[in-house]
Design a protein around this ligand. Sequence first.
Ligand code: HPA
Length: 233
Amino acid sequence: MGSIHIEAKVGDIAETILLPGDPLRAKHVADTFLEDAFCYNKVRGMLGFTGYYNGKRISIQGSGMGMGSTAIYVNELVSTYNVKNLVRVGTCGAIQTDLQVGQVILAMSASGDSGANTAHFNGMHYAATADFSLLQKAYEAGKRLGIDTLQGSIFSTDTFYDSNPHRWDIWEEHGILGVEMESQILFTLAKRLGAKALSVLTVSDNIRTGEAASSKDREQSFMDMMKIAFELA
Ligand code: HPA
């Protein structure tokens, strides 16, 4: 049967899966983009769907917010359902002043502060890295579709709220583009389990300048991000 947090039958989930944090976003995307989609998971409301995009089979599954939740789904998707390509689709807060909201980022690597990542490496530092073949495909899809992408490093945090105003200074100095909460453990686990991973992100807000996307901008950049991600099916 299924795994602890996913009730799908083995075979119900495609080799390539998109992972938004929000399960209702997974439903919205399945309704908007996929043909013949069906819902394979409702456990804990973490909806998952499989359907076809341009004739290619693909799944989309909510991961929840944060690395703890994401790790559960990545483990079960790869170990029980033999998923091969995992692509996070989500937002990040930019920490470089020249980054605009709506910019699409292809994350090459993810630094971070999660105990889930350090616990496995005896205090040493694993460089969590995206899969190059997925990154290259996404980059070429962006070119083909006329959607600008920025390739670079991001930071995955366990703490959305923090009162230290200088928290991101050192990361900004080291070229980190933006902050989100899932990619580092996605990259680490995918590598450990023998799968490929990438994160395609849009900038939802700029932590430095205070700029935030309007709902119209958000929808446009969301569509750009999804079009690129679906080309990975
Ligand atoms: N912090 C963490 N995750 C985020 C942010 C942020 O500022 N913006 C979008 N995702």
